[in-house]
Design a protein around this ligand. Structure first.
Ligand code: NAI
Length: 475
C-alpha cells in the first residue's frame, strides 16, 4: 500500500538540472521533493547525477592527477626541476577521485537538508495527474503529488549493439575505474568523453587509439581550434583515426579485437580495454506511465517548449533528457529558470551563450558561433586572433600553445563568438560569455583593462586584433 504526500514541486532526478531546480524552488518557499534512484560505489544513495558521480567531477579529478604526472615528465624539466623516474599508484589516484565524489554527492544531500528539500531515494515514475510513484530502495512504494513536476531524468551512455559493455568494453563509468593503466586502450568516438578520458590514460602511459566515424576532427568546434588541438594531441601520442566505420568487436584471450573500415579498406586493432563514447541518450525508458500526456520525440527526449514546459499542465522537463546540449551547466540554468517560472518570476535561459569546454591539454573552449557557422548563415563578420606564444604569462608557465579568436559582426561590431584553445581557457571563455550576454562589442572588450601579466591578455589582444590594433603582434 502506498500513501500519498503533497508537494508544490516534485523533481524527478537529483542531477545537476534536478538539484538546482529543487534547491531554487525551496529557496522560493515552495514545498519541494526530489526523487533520485542512483547509488554510489558504496551502495548508498548518491545525489548529483552523472556529473558528480561518474562525469564532470570524477573525470576532472583524474584529468588533474594525470596532468600532474604528465607535467613531471614533460614540463618540469623546462623549469630545471629534476627527479628520479615518476611513478603512478593508480589505485590511490582512483581512491582520491572517489573521495572527491563522496564529498560532493554528500554535499548535495546536506544542501537539501539545509533548504528543506525532501529527498526520496528510489526510481520515480510519472503517473497521470501529476503523481510520481517512487519504488524506494527498501522495497516500499510512496506516491508524491506535485502541483508541479519537473522531469530531470538525465541521460545514459549509448551502447553499440556489437560492443556490449562489460569488463573489457566500457563506457565513461568503467573508464574512470581501471585498476591499472591499460597497455593498449581503444576509444570509439573522438568526442568530449573520448578525448578527455583518452587523454587521462594516454598521459599515464597507455597506448591510445581513437576511432572516429566522421571525416573531420571535432566538427562542432571552430576549424582552426580543432586543427591546433589535433596537432597537439598527436604530439602527445594520441592516435586519432578519422572516417572509421567500426563494424564489430570480439573479446578474445589477447584482448578486444575491433574491426573497422576506413578509406584504405578493412582494418583491425587489438586493445586491452575499449572505451565506447559515441554519445548519450535521454534516460526516459520506463519513466512515463501510460496516459500522462507527456510526449517523447523519436530519440526519446521529452518534448518541451522554449521554457521547458511539456504542454501538460504543471509538468516541466529540463537537462539532458530534453533538447539542447548535454552539459551540466545548461541543466543548472534550466533548473533555476523553471523553479522561478513556477514561482511566478521571469525565469529564462539564453541558449546562445552557453559555453563549451573540453578539458584536454590544451583545453578547448568556445561560446557562440564558429566562423563556419557564420559563413553558412551569410552573417558578415570580422575576426581577431592572438596566440598564447606572445603572452608573457603563458610563456612563463611553459604553456605557450594555442590562441584566442574573437568573432564580431562586421557592421555592428557585436561579439558573435569566442573560440579558444590553450592553457586555462575553461576559465577565459567566460569573458566571451559575459561580453555576449551584455551584448558587448569587440571594441568594448578591447577597451577593458586586463591585468598584466595574465592569460586573459590573449582575450584582450584578440579583441584588439578584430580592429587590427593588437599591440603585441603584427596586425
Ligand atoms: P559526443 O557527442 O561528444 O561525441 C561522440 C563522438 O562519437 C562523435 O564525434 C561522433 O561522430 C562519434 N561517433 C558516433 N558514433 C560512432 C561510431 N559508431 N563509430 C565511431 N565514431 C562514432 O559524445 P560523448 O563523448 O559520448 O559525450 C556525451 C555527452 O556528454 C556529450 O554530449 C557532452 O556534451 C557531454 N560531456 C561533456 C563534457 C564537458 O562538457 N567537458 C565532458 C563529458 C561529456
Amino acid at each position: 500500500m502506498s500513501d500519498q504526500q503533497q508537494f508544490d514541486v516534485v523533481v524527478i532526478g537529483g542531477g545537476p538540472a534536478g538539484y538546482h531546480a529543487a534547491i531554487r524552488a525551496a529557496q522560493l518557499g515552495l514545498k519541494t521533493a526530489c526523487v533520485d534512484a542512483a547509488l554510489g560505489k558504496d551502495g548508498k544513495p548518491a545525489l548529483g547525477g552523472t556529473c558528480l558521480r561518474v562525469g564532470c567531477i570524477p573525470s576532472k579529478a583524474l584529468l588533474d592527477s594525470s596532468r600532474q604526472f604528465w607535467n613531471m615528465g614533460h614540463i618540469f624539466g623546462e623549469h630545471g626541476i629534476g627527479f628520479d623516474k615518476p611513478s603512478i599508484d593508480v589505485k590511490k589516484m582512483v581512491a582520491r577521485k572517489d573521495g572527491i565524489v563522496k564529498q560532493f554527492t554528500g554535499g548535495i544531500a546536506a544542501l537539501f537538508k539545509a533548504n528543506k528539500v525532501a529527498a526520496f531515494y528510489g526510481y520515480g515514475q510519472l503517473q497521470p495527474g501529476n503523481i510520481v510513484r517512487v519504488k524506494q530502495h527498501d522495497g516500499s512504494e510512496v506516491e508524491l503529488h506535485g502541483t508541479n513536476v519537473i522531469i530531470a531524468a538525465g541521460s545514459d551512455s549509448i551502447e553499440l549493439p556489437f560492443a556490449k559493455f562489460g569488463e573489457h568494453i566500457v563506457d565513461n563509468v568503467g573508464a574512470l575505474d581501471f585498476d591499472k593503466v591499460p597497455k593498449r586502450l581503444g576509444v570509439i568516438g573522438a568526442g568530449v568523453i573520448g578525448l578527455e578520458l583518452g587523454s587521462v590514460w594516454n598521459r599515464l602511459g597507455a597506448q591510445v587509439t581513437v576511432l572516429e566515424g566522421l571525416p573531420n576532427f571535432l566538427a562542432a568546434a571552430d576549424a582552426e581550434v580543432a586543427k591546433v588541438a589535433a596537432r597537439e594531441f598527436k604530439k602527445q601520442g594520441l592516435d586519432i583515426r578519422l572516417g572509421c566505420k567500426v563494424s564489430n568487436t570480439e573479446v578474445k584471450k589477447d584482448g578486444v579485437h575491433v574491426f573497422y573500415t576506413d578509406d584504405k579498406g578493412e582494418q583491425e586493432i587489438v586493445v586491452d580495454k575499449l572505451l565506447v563514447s559515441v554519445g548519450r541518450r535521454a534516460a526516459t525508458k520506463g519513466l512515463l506511465a501510460d496516459g500522462t500526456g507527456v510526449q517523447l520525440d523519436p530519440r526519446g527526449f521529452v518534448v518541451v517548449d522554449d521554457h521547458c514546459h511539456t504542454g501538460v499542465d504543471g509538468i516541466w522537463a529540463i537537462g539532458d533528457c530534453v533538447r539542447g546540449p548535454m552539459l551540466a551547466h545548461k541543466g543548472f540554468e534550466e533548473g533555476i529558470a523553471v523553479a522561478e517560472l513556477i514561482a511566478g518570476l521571469p525565469g529564462h535561459v539564453n541558449y546562445d551563450t552557453i559555453p563549451w569546454v573540453i578539458y584536454t591539454e590544451p583545453e578547448i573552449a568556445w561560446v557562440g558561433k564558429t566562423e563556419e557557422q557564420l559563413k553558412a548563415e551569410g552573417i558578415p563578420y570580422k575576426s581577431g586572433s592572438f596566440p598564447f606564444a606572445a603572452v608573457g604569462r603563458a610563456v612563463a608557465m611553459a604553456e605557450p600553445i594555442g590562441f584566442v579568436k574573437v568573432l564580431a559582426h562586421a557592421d555592428t561590431d557585436r561579439i558573435l563568438g569566442m573560440h579558444l584553445v590553450g592553457p586555462n581557457v575553461s576559465e577565459l571563455v567566460h569573458e566571451g560569455v559575459l561580453s555576449m550576454e551584455f551584448k558587448g562589442s569587440a571594441d568594448d572588450l578591447a577597451r577593458i583593462c586586463h591585468a598584466h601579466p595574465s592569460l586573459s591578455e590573449a582575450v584582450h589582444d584578440a579583441a584588439m586584433a578584430v580592429h587590427k590594433r593588437a599591440i603585441h603582434k603584427a596586425n
